[in-house]
Design a protein around this ligand. Structure first.
Ligand SMILES: [Ca+2]
Ligand SMILES: [Ca+2]
Ligand SMILES: [Ca+2]
Length: 244
């Protein structure tokens, strides 16, 4: 049976509005870490998990606990920086090199997920960094980073520290004394492929004075032209068939 113009138009609209690929469970609405490989102290929970007032929205929470008498928030403690580096597929020395003070990363936690995407697609996500480290601390520079590595040749697209104690201000958290504002990342992919997206939070210099991070709303936005052109192409095909 020949497809009707209406069917083809609907297909065209679907191509315009449906993302080509996406993060699995990027909003953590499953209430767990489905779709993610996690290492160390990582769990899904609302803001009360990190000592703030809950708002009904689950996030991915990563910490570098334990710290003194405060244990991990999940069933698992933070792992050594060397172990985390290997688990996230990062080159040896990456986590020391990222340390804002240059002092060594000691222990932490992280998460990773592979995504397939095209050049021009945009990765976006939200985050917040909370810590018992002092505001402006320059020795024990606990930090939060994200990384994108091409799985085909292990080339690094970006490895970036998103927060450290220099960005802290006072917090109302019952678990951490200081926090950053909520941050948002937006990154347009320069190439197509399959990429390992990873995030992590590290203790630096010692394993004390805890830090926690939440991450949420991970989205892969298709490059605007692709879907639109496909959709318009199908509409054009439908129109031509109708006239034939
Ligand atoms: Ca969420
Ligand atoms: Ca620790
Ligand atoms: Ca620390």
């Amino acid at each position: 049976m020949r497809p009707t113009r209406a069917v083809l138009a609907a297909l065209g609209l679907a191509l315009i509005t449906t993302p080509a690929a996406a993060f699995t469970n990027g909003d953590f609405s499953t209430g767990d870490t489905t779709g993610w490989n996690v290492f160390g102290d990582v769990l899904v929970g609302d803001l009360d998990t990190i000592g703030l007032t809950p708002d009904g929205n689950d996030r991915l929470i990563l910490t570098n606990h334990p710290d003194g008498g405060v244990g991990p928030l999940s069933a698992n403690p933070a792992v050594t920086a060397a172990s985390l580096e290997a688990s996230l597929g990062l080159a040896a020395g990456t986590l020391d090199a990222l340390s804002p003070s240059g002092n060594p990363a000691t222990e932490g936690s992280g998460a990773r997920q592979n995504i397939t995407a095209s050049a021009g697609d945009e990765i976006t996500f939200d985050w917040q960094f909370l810590s018992r480290e002092n505001i402006g601390e320059t020795t024990y520079t606990d930090y939060f980073f994200w990384s994108l590595v091409d799985t085909s040749d292990s080339s690094v697209l970006i490895q970036q520290v998103l927060a450290d104690p220099s960005a802290l201000a006072a917090s109302a958290s019952t678990l951490y004394t200081n926090e950053t504002p909520v941050g948002s990342v937006s990154y347009v992919l320069p190439s197509s492929g399959t990429f390992t997206f990873s995030i992590g939070v590290l203790d630096v210099q010692d394993t004390l004075w805890r830090t926690g991070v939440w991450v949420d709303n991970l989205v892969l936005i298709p490059e605007p032209g692709t879907g639109l052109l496909l959709g318009l192409g199908l509409l054009g095909l439908a129109a031509r068939r109708r006239c034939a």
